[in-house]
Design a protein around this ligand. Structure first.
Ligand code: CA
Length: 223
């Protein structure tokens, strides 16, 4: 999952990026509204953390512009606690949720998890595919109740496939959603992680769809 953080306070920006990276997300960052708007307009983020008080272009305008241009990724806004009107304006501008400053990082993480799974159409933190269960809250994968150990890169690939299971995901899509913009995007690395995941997961859960990409599914192959 690839996230964008738009926050002009350097300390807060750093804290957010470090907590989100530790939680396994690829994170891009912007320190003003113009840069944030540009990145959100041109890169395929799975979710955005957007401060409202920003230099160059305020957060509400950034959000309104994205929504006008049909950029529909989930957006979590950061608001000042005493400014209830900011929350209303933010939700009306197209925000999916808000956290009031000062916040506990755990709350931001929990709200992002909820936004990401809801935008992929899931109501629960536990996702299942055949014998395999992914607990996105504990970052735990089990098969028939036995823990499966994944590296952080394998885990990222697996979570993305799990959230979009039964759908074909192209290699380009995986690369775009798994790595931040500074990463050397060699799509061969994705194939390596898919290969390792196949060895660790039971059965033939990750199918190759020739010429298109991969599909995670416990259904028999469609002819
Ligand atoms: Ca600010």
């Amino acid at each position: 999952m690839r996230l964008l953080v738009v926050e002009d306070d350097p300390d807060l920006n750093r804290q957010l990026v470090s907590a989100l990276s530790d939680a396994g997300y690829a994170v891009d960052t912007a320190a003003d509204g113009e840069e944030g708007h540009f990145l959100g307009d041109t890169e395929p983020y799975d979710a955005v953390v957007l401060d409202l008080g920003l230099p160059k272009m305020d957060g509400i305008s950034v959000l309104e512009q994205w929504r006008r241009d049909s950029r529909n990724m989930p957006v979590l806004i950061l608001t000042a606690r005493e400014r209830w009107s900011d929350k209303v304006a933010g939700m009306d501008a197209g925000a999916d949720d808000y956290v009031a400053k000062p916040f506990h990082m755990e709350e931001v993480l929990a709200r992002l998890r909820a936004l990401l799974r809801r935008s992929a159409g899931h109501a629960s933190n536990e996702l299942e595919c055949g014998p395999v269960v992914l607990d996105t809250k504990q970052a735990r994968v089990t098969a028939d109740g036995q823990a499966i150990k994944l590296t952080s890169h394998e885990y990222r690939v697996f979570v993305y496939l799990m959230l979009h299971r039964d759908r074909v995901v192209s290699r380009t899509e995986l690369v775009e959603h798994l790595y931040d913009q500074d990463f050397d995007r060699d799509s061969n690395t994705v194939e390596v992680f898919i290969g390792r995941l196949r060895k660790k997961l039971p059965g033939n859960l990750i199918k190759t769809v020739r010429g298109l990409g991969y599909r995670l599914s416990d259904r028999p192959d469609e002819a």
